[in-house]
Design a protein around this ligand. Structure first.
Ligand code: GLU
Length: 476
């Protein structure tokens, strides 16, 4: 039995919320209204598989409808329960408010181990779950828009979108009922990488502020920084890949389900991912040291720790043994409320989940807008932009000829300057802008107001103030 009492995930999120509102000045009662989950729908449904009926339990929780649609992923995992979806739905409310995605917060889950089923079985289960939710407007382009989460991806979103379309054949906005779809089914470039990309942009922004780095006892650039990542799923993989291949950071530890890999010279993230795909785990990977006790590697000394798997992995049990200067919460809720206190007292800086992993929902927002506008991002502007650039390049070429040897254009300039932005570039630019702006807003509150001890409290304050404002507009 756990000798140290930890709050549940839901209670942990509530504690973090309460810590923030205790230094705010909200009208009486509003605090409670914002904190509580509006509704949680539980569905039990049967699907005939392998000659017998199997009963599945799923949830869709709506935390706050101060803006609609409400937004949040659908998780497939055996550990899914009401407490978890409600905590995750609450985090969605704060996350969307912080990054100015115009949504309320929601989350769904299905208690299932997807690895136990064949693809055609998963399709039937997903379609039936979607049917139950669509029927109750818990999937709807203007009311509730799911997305991928742990255990789900583009494939499941395509099934959900198609199920909705079958039920509402004349809805011109049917595509927008779910995000994270494959491109051919109305998805957007850059959605799969979005959460990991957002983690990278968040770190890049953090490293633009030497004063903030100093609080974490760090200095300099991302290049050469030692990073331990827990979980090489969609989020952890993309974050670690971009940080190592584009920013020059060293991935010195990778913690996975079946153990961990360490190498202080840096691990090839792409190679490990391929290894996991063929061997089912990290054990046996030949180019790094394998550690069977994976949890111990979370405690390995490093500059940056990226928990990118489940909630509740840094707890009162291990928090005081963590030896990272900076933790960026790529997962939702990886640090319990108690562990958060321990880490803050140790001087560890935490870039909190509601900001750090908001890249996913940010690009979901772009996808939803794309679906509603029925046009690919950049389709109208790209060639016009190129034509205008061509005018300038022609003038420069004239100058080049005129000046002879005295001056010439940098060889790659023409090609790079002439190229108009495609959808992926626009998505990345929008995401980068979002992550920078939200961080700057948080740090303004962190450094500019009294009684704001850390970025998490600052993030909650920014988010809750925005939610409170929209309640005020509603006359509450
Ligand atoms: N499941 C992701 C999250 O936790 C994405 C949600 C979305 O795109 O709506 O933020």
């Amino acid at each position: 039995m756990n000798p140290i009492a930890e709050p549940s995930f839901r209670e942990s999120v509530d504690l973090m919320f309460k810590r923030a509102v205790s230094v705010m000045d909200l009208p009486p009662g509003l605090e409670e209204k914002i904190r509580v989950c509006n509704s949680t729908y539980t569905v039990r449904f049967g699907v005939r598989l392998r000659g017998q009926i199997h009963t599945f339990t799923g949830y869709r929780s709506v935390h706050s409808e101060h803006m609609e649609p409400v937004k949040g992923g659908i998780r497939y995992a055996l550990g899914v329960n009401q407490d978890e979806v409600e905590a995750l739905a609450a985090l969605m409310t704060y996350k969307c408010a912080l990054v100015e995605a115009p949504f309320g917060g929601s989350k769904g889950g299905l208690r299932i181990d997807p690895r136990q089923y064949e693809e055609h079985e998963l399709e039937r289960i997903t379609r039936r779950f979607a049917y139950e939710l669509v029927k109750r407007d818990l999937i709807n382009p203007s009311q509730n828009v799911p997305a991928p989460d742990m255990g789900t991806g583009e494939r499941e979103m395509a099934w959900i979108a198609d199920q909705y379309r079958r039920m509402f054949t004349t809805d011109i906005n049917a595509h927008a009922c779910v995000t994270g779809k494959p491109i051919y089914a109305g998805g957007i470039e850059g959605r799969v990488e979005a959460t990991g990309r957002g983690v990278q942009y968040a770190l890049q922004e953090f490293f633009r502020h030497p004063e903030d780095l100093a609080v974490a006892g760090l200095s300099g650039q991302l290049e050469g920084k030692r990073i331990v990542v827990q979980g090489l799923g969609n989020v952890g993989y993309h974050a670690a890949l971009f940080l190592s291949t584009e920013d020059g950071a060293l991935i010195t530890g990778i913690v996975e389900r079946d153990g961990a890999l360490v190498d202080d010279r840096g691990i090839d993230v792409q190679a490990v991912r391929s290894w996991i795909e063929t061997h089912g785990g990290v054990a046996g990977y030949p180019h790094a040291t394998y550690v069977a006790e994976g949890a111990a590697v979370l405690e390995k000394e490093c500059d940056i720790l990226i928990p990118a798997a489940l909630e509740g992995v840094i707890t009162l049990q291990n928090a005081d043994r963590i030896r990272a200067n900076l933790i960026i919460e790529a997962a939702n809720g990886p640090i319990t409320a108690g562990a958060d206190d321990v880490l803050r007292n140790k001087g560890v800086v935490i870039i909190p989940d509601l900001y750090a992993n908001a890249g996913g929902v940010t690009v979901s927002y772009f996808e939803w807008v794309k679906n509603l506008s029925q046009i690919r991002l950049g389709r109208m502007q790209r060639r016009q932009e190129e034509a205008r650039h061509a005018l300038l390049v022609q003038e420069l070429e004239r100058l080049d000829r005129y000046l002879g040897d005295a001056w010439s254009m940098t060889p790659s300039f023409k090609e790079r300057y002439l190229k108009g932005a495609d959808e992926l570039e626009l998505v990345r630019s929008g995401l980068d802008d979002t992550m920078r702006t939200a961080y700057q807003k948080m740090r303004e509150v962190w450094h500019g107001r009294s009684n704001v001890p850390d970025l998490r409290v600052a993030g909650y304050i920014v988010a809750v103030e925005r939610v409170a404002m929209s309640y005020r507009d509603k006359g509450l």
